[in-house]
Design a protein around this ligand. Structure first.
Ligand code: FPP
Ligand code: MG
Length: 295
């Protein structure tokens, strides 16, 4: 991973703007899931760290924009750029990272460049859908999963697919692996928003629902509630939750086992990814770590 970090630092320096270098250093790197995946799949290829750095820059850019859209105060446990520097700077820093990543991407094989570039269109469509869906209560599971796939899984799928092309490995099975890893990763994230505490999450707990996001545990919960409770849950949507209401939601989810049901679904997706990658012990172990993560 050190090679990826050096590559990222080199690309940032090449932007030739001290302010960008300074601001980028204030970002916490995060789990670097996409980079790790690329290094594992294309381990022997000399361009793997560069491809990994490109994908991480795109991911960082998308989060800078997302924090403006969500008006987030923190990111990965540290104050977000929009909170310290304002939305304009956060958007422009995102644009610089994003365009630098694309400048580097054109040096790769056309299929690789196309795979990564197309995934950014998908993730932007996913973000737009997310914004639109957050405006009203949603209990449509399929609609939610379609949005999740676009918003989170497509870049992970593209990372797996592009690195498989780079390494001359099977493209389809790696793409299935990436897609299912991405989807189950996001569902685990949605679960942690409910089960985690604000200190480990780096953001307030239950913030998804307050932001208008009806994640899988809420969609499942809605199905089990009686009409009166259905109304009560709907009335809490997209508002700051009182302690009492937070406790009510957690209690009802406990009662109807909707966290367990969501986890089972994430596990099912993860097992499908394992089936696609049965011979690759290291890729299987990424799934196991992800499913078990408490954060
Ligand atoms: C986080 O979702 C957001 C994303 C994974 C994607 C955001 C995508 C864009 C803003 C499209 C623009 C892309 C580029 C490259 C400029 P979340 O808000 O559910 O998760 P969070 O809790 O981590 O904020
Ligand atoms: Mg967000």
């Amino acid at each position: 991973m050190q090679r990826v970090e050096s590559e990222i630092a080199r690309l940032i320096d090449e932007c030739e703007y001290d302010e960008v270098t300074r601001l980028f250093k204030t970002l916490s790197g995060g789990k670097r899931l996409r980079a790790k995946l690329i290094l594992k799949i294309a381990s022997n290829h000399k361009s793997a760290p560069k491809l990994a750095a490109i994908v991480e820059l795109i991911h960082a850019a998308s989060l800078l924009h997302d924090d403006v859209i969500d008006e987030a105060k923190t990111r990965r446990g540290v104050t977000s750029v929009n909170a310290t520097e304002g939305s304009k700077i956060s958007i422009m820093l995102g644009d610089i990272l994003y365009s630098k990543a694309f400048t580097e991407l054109v040096d790769f094989d056309k299929e690789i460049a196309k795979t990564v570039a197309a995934s950014v269109t998908s993730l932007s469509k996913g973000e737009m859908l997310d914004v639109k869906m957050a405006k009203s209560f949603n209990d449509d599971e399929e609609k939610y999963l379609d949005m999740l796939y676009l918003k989170t899984a497509t870049l992970i799928e593209a990372a797996a697919k592009a690195s498989a092309i780079l390494a001359g490995k099977d493209i389809t099975s790696h793409a299935i692996y990436g897609k299912n890893l991405g989807l189950s990763f996001q569902i685990i994230d949605d679960i942690l928003d409910i089960t985690g505490d604000s200190k480990t999450l780096g953001k307030p707990a239950l913030s998804d629902y307050a932001e208008g996001k009806c994640t899988l545990p809420y969609i499942y919960l809605y199905k089990f509630l009686n009409d009166e409770d259905k109304e009560k849950l709907k009335n809490m949507h997209a508002k700051e939750l009182s302690n009492e209401n937070s406790m009510w939601i957690r209690e009802k989810m406990n009662q109807h086992k909707t966290i367990e049901k969501s986890f089972e679904f994430a596990l099912k997706l993860s097992n499908e990814a394992k089936d696609a990658m049965i011979e690759d012990i290291e890729l299987v172990s990424i799934l196991d770590t992800m499913i078990k993560r408490s954060f």
